[in-house]
Design a protein around this ligand. Structure first.
Ligand SMILES: Cc1cc2nc3c(=O)[nH]c(=O)nc-3n(C[C@H](O)[C@H](O)[C@H](O)COP(=O)(O)OP(=O)(O)OC[C@H]3O[C@@H](n4cnc5c(N)ncnc54)[C@H](O)[C@@H]3O)c2cc1C
Length: 497
């Protein structure tokens, strides 16, 4: 591994961005930037020279579900790695959407994901994802991702929002961030875009899709309701018509699954069918939805039922709208439950997620794109570096699609390489898949595994002094396999070499 361990190079990086400011502003600059007086409503091309603060081998953009495995994998492979994250904690959607359901984790058993699942189990703060219900306590994700990063000496830059990229032709050479410390620029030889929304690739000029004709899956705000009396709830549920699909809840509660510490249960009900009858009294109840619940703590439900459709998760005004709509919906659902459903009389909202959860935004167009047809046919590819479970989860307004054959599909290496951009790999939700395939690939076990692929490839590229797309896929597969990673369906049958 060729390492850059010298002092920060302080190369002058040029960043630029068009801004339209509606009020008279002084833009306070950093030492190098100076300041400008801007006239009201005048379009301004603000250009700032900012020193490149540090130089890394690999920078991972986003410290979430795929970002931390990417950073850990790159560091394990010998690279000097930093992770840059907008929030003050790691874990991404698995943490900030208070999202406990790692559905496929028991089937996936591969590489770092297995290591992580074992860490969760021995940490003991919640159910075991390997033995009970495929659930992980979201708070445990924050601390364990941090532990994994610290163990591999990954440098963390929290509270840094990535707002731009420095390009040298088609090659990204540095990222631009804004934070309490002002504007900073971080250089690296290779980057992993694990921002979910593909922010780095977007700034680098990569092409992308957004849902179907710009219409993406619904955003949602998960929330937790505590002090639920499960026995009373189950007594009531038992008497309800089959169309509400409450049988699983009743079974879980009666068999003791939901009551004790460390027991997790999940049910995919249609309680939402009661919303329509009550809409006159609770006008903010969500429409075109379902009522999905998990319990990983006694007498508490983590609820997934709110819906904001046809808003863009990469547009700040749409995100603002979504937050307003979704928070109202969450409280309306709780009030409806409390006033109408036995077992919720003493309940309270304990927490709403800290931001609207974005299921789908940009999917970056890669050298290859995995399609719904690939999934349906469980295709195998000789250049496969990961497997993905074919279980769709597409929350479209017209149809909630949970299809798929639950088998696996191979992920060719090219899906991680943004077309036309060098020195960048994608991981997680923004990876190159079509709409329906992405609805399956974005699931956390797949997103996590893709981080291991992208991080390993980034480190290997730096070591070989090659661009990621020039790497030998068979060499990459061999490095991944050494970590117990299953790179293709064939590995699943025979076990890693
Ligand atoms: C409501 C909802 C329910 C879901 N239910 C399930 C489920 O039941 N099971 C399941 O497996 N999956 C579920 N998912 C999907 C799954 O959680 C995500 O697709 C997955 O976590 C995405 O991983 P990621 O690494 O791509 O993105 P994330 O985990 O979101 O990580 C992206 C990280 O990048 C950071 N970031 C973003 N932009 C910037 C920037 N510009 N600068 C710096 N940092 C940035 C973010 O803060 C975040 O930490 C659900 C998603 C939602 C929204």
């Amino acid at each position: 591994m060729q390492q850059i361990r010298k002092k920060p190079s302080f190369v002058q990086g040029q960043t630029s961005g068009g801004q339209v400011l509606s009020r008279r502003h002084f833009i306070g600059g950093t030492a190098a930037a100076g300041a400008w007086l801007v006239e009201c409503g005048q379009p301004v091309q603000a250009t700032q020279s900012v020193p490149i603060a540090t130089d890394y081998d690999v920078i991972v953009c986003g410290g979430g579900t795929s970002g931390i495995p990417a950073a850990v994998a790159a560091a394990r492979a010998g690279a000097r790695v930093a992770v840059v994250e907008r929030y003050g904690f790691l874990g991404g959607n698995a943490a900030f959407s208070i999202m406990p359901c790692w559905h496929g984790i028991q089937e996936h058993h591969s590489g770092l994901l297995t290591k992580f699942a074992n860490m969760v189990e021995s940490f003991g703060a919640g159910p075991s994802p390997l033995k009970e219900g495929n659930h992980i306590e979201p708070e445990a994700v924050k601390i364990l991702f941090q532990t994994m990063a610290e163990e591999q000496e990954v440098r963390m830059y929290l509270h840094h929002f990535i707002t731009g990229v420095v390009m040298d032709g088609s090659r990204a050479t540095a990222i631009v961030t804004e934070s309490k410390s002002g504007r900073r620029v971080f250089g690296a030889k290779c980057f992993v875009d694990a921002s979910g929304d593909g922010d780095l690739c977007f700034h680098a000029g990569a092409k992308f899709n957004k849902g179907v004709e710009g219409k993406t899956q619904a955003m949602a705000l998960r929330f937790r309701v505590g002090y639920v009396n499960f026995d009373r709830f189950a007594d009531w549920a038992e008497k309800q018509p089959a169309e509400l699909n409450l049988g699983r809840l009743v079974r879980e509660v009666r068999e003791g699954g939901g009551k004790g510490w460390g027991k997790a249960f999940y049910f995919d009900s249609r309680l939402d069918r009661l919303f329509d009858q009550a809409r006159g009294r609770y006008s903010d109840l969500p429409e075109n939805t379902y009522f999905n619940c998990s319990s990983i703590r006694p007498n508490e439900l983590s609820i997934n039922t709110t819906r904001a459709y046809e808003l863009d998760g990469t547009n700040a005004d749409d995100l603002t709208k979504a937050e307003i709509i979704l928070r109202k919906q969450a409280w309306a659902v709780w009030r409806f439950l409390k006033e109408n459903i036995p077992g919720f009389e003493e309940s309270t909202v304990i927490e709403t997620a800290c931001q609207a959860g974005v299921r789908e935004s940009r999917t970056i167009i890669g050298d290859r794109m995995l399609t719904e047809e690939d999934g349906a046919k469980n295709r195998e590819f000789s250049d496969s570096v990961q497997t993905c479970r074919v279980q769709f989860d597409s929350h479209d307004k017209k149809k909630y699609d949970t299809g798929g054959n639950k088998g696996f599909v191979d992920m060719p290496y090219g899906v991680f390489l943004p077309k036309g951009v060098d020195s960048v790999l994608t991981a997680g939700r923004c990876t190159s898949c079509d709409h329906l395939m992405n609805s399956g690939f974005r699931r956390m076990e797949n997103a996590f595994e893709s981080g291991e692929v992208a991080g390993t490839a980034a480190a290997l590229a730096v070591q070989k002094q090659q661009m990621p797309r020039a790497l030998s896929v068979s060499e990459l597969k061999n490095v991944l396999r050494k970590g117990g990673f299953k790179t293709c369906q064939a590995d699943r049958k025979t076990g890693p070499a």
